[in-house]
Write a protein that binds this ligand. Structure first.
Ligand SMILES: *[C@@H]1O[C@H](CO)[C@@H](O)[C@H](O)[C@H]1NC(C)=O
Ligand SMILES: *[C@@H]1O[C@H](CO)[C@@H](O)[C@H](O)[C@H]1NC(C)=O
Length: 174
């Protein structure tokens, strides 16, 4: 039962992102969309939700050139229902701008990068650990370390007694 439950959680963990948070999709967001995007981690199958006043705005899906130029003339896709959802179906950069002339230039533009991996830990692929190969080195099989403390203790004791002896001699001399 537990295993089935965990499996369910894992497979349904695609997230919904409300673009711009409280502000939604607006001309002058209190937090820039660049900043908002940087705070989030977008993965394949996540959904973006753009909220705005229907009839007064729209969302254009564009390429990087049109994003940079705020060019609204030939979008790849256009959404204008006021509550536009966009499923991120592939990895890589995605570009969105407002379809209302001038708004993109005032900051209503969003660029995100969708990452491919869906693993929960969020760590990129790492080569197999080399720890097993290194373990003989760290192994306590040969451990002179165990003797070292007492040896250095003896040394320091004898060193101390030498010093004491020297002091005693000096004291005796003067
Ligand atoms: C995205 O969802 C589809 C349909 O649910 C699924 O087949 C696909 O494996 C998912 N892709 C990733 C990367 O999770
Ligand atoms: C906008 O894009 C169209 C088609 O891609 C192009 O013909 C036009 O010159 C562009 N306009 C600007 C201002 O870059």
């Amino acid at each position: 039962m537990t295993v089935v439950f965990i499996g369910f959680i894992t497979s349904s963990c695609a997230n919904r992102f409300y673009v711009g948070g409280e502000d939604g999709w607006v001309e002058k967001p209190s937090e820039t969309y660049t900043h908002w995007a940087a705070r989030n981690r977008f993965q394949i199958n996540d959904t973006l939700v753009f909220k705005y006043k229907k009839g007064e705005d729209s969302v254009l899906v564009v390429d990087e050139m049109d994003y940079d130029a705020c060019n609204i003339s030939k979008p790849k896709d256009k959404m204008e229902d006021g509550y536009s959802t966009f499923v991120l179906e592939r990895s890589g950069p995605m570009f969105f701008i407002s379809g209302v002339p001038g708004k993109c230039r005032n900051g209503q533009k969003l660029c995100i990068v969708v990452i491919a991996s869906r693993d929960k830990k969020g760590t990129p692929y790492q080569p197999p650990s080399i720890a097993p190969a290194a373990s003989p080195v760290a192994s306590p099989a040969h451990s002179p370390a165990a003797e070292t403390p007492s040896a250095s203790y003896v040394l320091s004791v004898s060193g101390a007694s030498v010093v004491m002896g020297v002091i005693a001699v000096l004291l005796g001399l003067f």
